[in-house]
Design a protein around this ligand. Structure first.
Ligand code: GUN
Length: 283
């Protein structure tokens, strides 16, 4: 009998997280506040920000979007962040990335109060994660961990291969997997013999942003496959990094695109925002 992978349904798991958050906000009668900074630059960012704001509205998080022209300078953004750092209505600050080339995202991220850093990108929060003492954690990697933990399988000792070493996904993903005692390999542009690394993965996390870098027949039979990619093929179809139909024949569990990692990123942002709000209120 031919088997196919079970679906890691991010949409369903994220919906449960959102309803838990909505119930907590209602019962505690709190209004967490999220400020989103969007520099007009990247069309995909626009869509992501809309999705995040809609999710906030649905659970009872107050959110406001600061939309700035592509020509905005570094000091104007620094001033805005300094104001938001002091604003008691705002518990989370999200600077949507990427930014235009004349701006330094790394410098700006460092000016966000780490207690309001709901993206978990501030060096303090990344350092805490690296030292096994996480506070606010990057949303996509933590969302992936929530998906992995929903499977009734031990993560400790498994070989996890992360393909992609960005600050947003690959690097913090490796730290999260280490925290769960996985043996972690991180592959990137300069990695040699990518195929051999992928073939040895019990857990494969693809975050290359490019369809076809990883081929389905490299996937170890029974592997757990998490696809962080999200792009559009020339025929208009939305895809992840990996061809879903062929990968699902080899994997034991697999995330669909859309409906896998994406909704988990948003749900984790809401979790981080409510956490930051509770710290502000409860001390
Ligand atoms: N751009 C792509 N993913 C993200 C994310 O998780 N947070 C922010 N701020 N920007 C992004």
């Amino acid at each position: 009998m031919k088997t196919t992978a079970q679906l890691l349904d991010g949409r369903a798991i994220a919906a449960k997280i959102r309803s838990t958050i909505a119930a907590e906000i209602a019962s505690r009668k709190i209004t967490p506040g999220l400020a989103v900074i969007l520099v007009d630059h990247d069309p995909a960012s626009e869509m992501y920000v809309k999705t995040k704001q809609r999710a906030c509205f649905e659970v009872g998080i107050f959110s406001e979007c600061y939309r700035l022209p592509e020509t905005v300078d570094q000091s104007a953004l620094e001033k805005l962040i300094a104001t938001l750092n002091k604003d008691p209505k705002i518990h989370g600050i999200l600077l949507q990335l990427p930014l235009p080339a004349h701006l330094s995202a790394d410098d700006l991220l460092e000016t966000i109060d780490p207690r309001k850093d709901v993206d978990g990108f501030h060096p303090y929060n990344l350092g805490r994660l690296a030292q096994k003492r996480p506070l606010l954690r990057p949303c996509t990697p933590y969302g992936v961990m929530t998906l992995l933990k929903s499977i009734d399988e031990t993560l400790a000792g498994k070989h996890a291969v992360v393909v992609g070493a960005s600050n947003i996904v690959g690097r913090p993903m490796a730290l999260e997997l280490l925290l769960e005692q996985c043996t972690v390999t991180v592959c990137h542009r300069a990695t040699e013999h990518l195929q051999e690394h992928v073939k040895s993965a019990d857990i494969l996390i693809s975050a290359t942003g490019h369809f076809g870098v990883i081929q389905s027949d490299w996937i170890k039979p029974g592997a757990i496959v998490i696809d962080v990619g999200f792009s559009r093929l020339s025929n208009g179809k939305i895809t992840g990094d990996i061809d879903f139909d062929t990968a699902k024949i080899r994997a034991s569990w697999i995330t669909p695109v859309p409906g896998g990692v994406g909704p988990m990123t948003v749900a984790t942002l809401l979790q981080n925002t409510i956490l930051a709000c509770k710290w502000a209120l409860d001390g």
